[in-house]
Structures are given as structure tokens and as C-alpha cells.
Design a protein around this ligand. Sequence first.
Ligand SMILES: NC(=O)c1ccc[n+]([C@@H]2O[C@H](COP(=O)([O-])OP(=O)(O)OC[C@H]3O[C@@H](n4cnc5c(N)ncnc54)[C@H](OP(=O)(O)O)[C@@H]3O)[C@@H](O)[C@H]2O)c1
Length: 308
Amino acid sequence: MSIPPTRVLILGGSTEASALARLLAGHARFDALLSLAGRTRAPRPQPLPSRSGGFGGVEGLTRFLGGAGVQLLVDATHPFAAAMSANAVAAARLAGLPLLRLDRPAWTAGEGDRWAIVPDIAAAAAALGTVPRRVLLTVGQKELRPFRDAPQHRYLVRSIEPPDPDSLPPGATCITDAGPFTEAAERALLLRHGVEVIVSKNSGGTASAAKLAAARALELPVVMVARPTLPAAETVPDAGAALRWLLRHGAASSPAAAGSVAWPAPVLPPGTVTRAEAGAASSPGATADCAASPASEAGPLSGAERGA
Ligand SMILES: NC(=O)c1ccc[n+]([C@@H]2O[C@H](COP(=O)([O-])OP(=O)(O)OC[C@H]3O[C@@H](n4cnc5c(N)ncnc54)[C@H](OP(=O)(O)O)[C@@H]3O)[C@@H](O)[C@H]2O)c1
């Protein structure tokens, strides 16, 4: 008698979630669905069936878990996706499901690093001080508003998606780029723009760590936003360890009632290319004067600074 595959829901949006999706693609023991928040205009094609968009809070997620016959839940969201991670803990408890958090280790300061660790984005903006500085801002496109309260600085904003112009500090310059980045390219960027300080979330991982190595080499300070505190959950640091957890718990979970039932629609089959991907996405590394509001006191960047 063949054992029905275990139904797994992966809350994604991180490099590690994609790595786990690759490990589970075609795995005979699992029937896994990858869930994305739907914020990225051009998500990469996924090796697993996927869905996109919020569930409707704890209640909605709990209902989804029950309705879809999910047996194991993996929270593999980004370390700063605090709301989703808290919802996952609450919904797993309500649904009586084992939950695993896949959380890559945070970065730690080493010799030569000049970090000021702050608790949140507002504190990061305050930590830049009153004297005008040139700032590389790498906190994503969603959390730029606090920097509007520190308009004395000149910001180079790097994000995967272009920011909402209304959220930008005056006179900001934008780069859309998803990385991964090399230390040499990061050093060149910092020098080209005369960056004096970097603001970063403590995302961890390798894809965006090169800016920290470049800052160390150039003896630049970094304002590092500490990770949010999340409700306790069993945690592993990488996709391999998550697969081992799934194999252990899959063997223990009850046979899937939903083994032959389709995931609730709408589900995109593996490898789906979205319309956005088929069209022209913003070119990586593109630099543009993205400010909708008037330039800061320091004035707009010169053509040379705007560079390629
Ligand atoms: N925050 C960051 O710095 C960052 C960086 C890189 C990637 N990401 C990724 O971007 C997504 C959104 O991040 P965020 O910081 O806005 O999250 P968040 O504040 O924790 O979540 C806000 C809401 O978005 C929905 N959501 C988040 N992740 C989801 C997922 N994987 N599947 C379905 N719905 C999801 C949930 O809506 P409902 O309550 O309606 O279910 C959640 O309550 C996450 O998937 C995260 O992994 C975040």
C-alpha cells in the first residue's frame, strides 16, 4: 500500500523558501504549496505549485490550513516579516499543526565593523544624526517614510521593487536591484556615490552581505536595524535542515485526507511565468532620480554621481 504524500504549506518570500521549494519539487513524500505575499511584480518561476496574496489574518490562515488539509506548516518568510510569522504561530496552534520556522542566522559584527545597532527603522533614521550625510538606504521599499523626517541627508535608495514616490525622502536617488552583489561592485557603488553611511536591516544570508564587507573595507559606519522579536517556534537555519524536519514529522503525521484533492484555487502550477516576467521588468542596477518631491537642501545628485 503506498503512503499518501504529506501536505505542506510553505510561507515563502525568502531565498531559503525558494531553496526548500526546490528540495520538495517532485519529492514523493510531500505535496507542497508555496505561498507568496504577492508584493513582487515579477516573482521568479517556482518549482512548486504556488499561490499569491494574504490569507486574511490568523482566522483566514487557520481556515485555509483546515480546508486544504495541510499537515505541516513551514514559515520561511523573511526575518522581518513579523506579522506573517506571528500569524503562523497562532494559526498552527489553533489548527493543531506542527510549525517549523526556517530562519537564516542574523549577521554579527566582526573586527573592523562599525555598526550602530538600532531597534527599528525610526531609530535608524534618528541615528543618522543632524549633520547632512550621504546614505545608502537598503531597508526595502516599504519602510522609507521615517527617512522623510531626516531630509537633511542625501539618500541612495536600493530596493528590489521601485519605491512609492510619496514615501521617499526629498532628492533621493533610486536603484532597483535584487542582487546578489559582490564586494567589489559594492565598494565601487559606495565610492561612486560618496556614501558615508549605510542603513541595513539585519537580514542575514549571503545575497546582500557584500555591502557589509565593502563598508568594513572602506571603514564606513553601518546603522543596523535589529530583527523583530517573534513568538517562539521551533527553528532551523537552512533548507536542508527544514527537509529533515519535514521527513521526521511527515512520517509521524496522520495520512493526508487531502492526498488526492487539489489545493484550493487559485494555484499557479510549477514553473509558471507571470505576465510581468514575460514583459520588461525594471533592469537590475538601474539608477534613477526617483524623487517626486523637491530636492533636499544638499541639492540633487550631479550627472556623474547618478552614473550607471
Ligand atoms: N519585510 C522584509 O524586509 C522583507 C524582505 C524580503 C522579502 N519579504 C517577503 O515579502 C513578503 C511580505 O513581507 P512583509 O514584511 O510585508 O510581511 P508581514 O508584514 O509580516 O505580512 C503582512 C501581511 O502580508 C501577508 N503575507 C506576508 N507573507 C505572506 C506569504 N508568504 N503568503 C501569503 N501572505 C503573506 C499576510 O497577510 P494576511 O494577514 O492577509 O494573511 C501578512 O499578515 C513576505 O512573504 C516576506 O517573506 C519581506
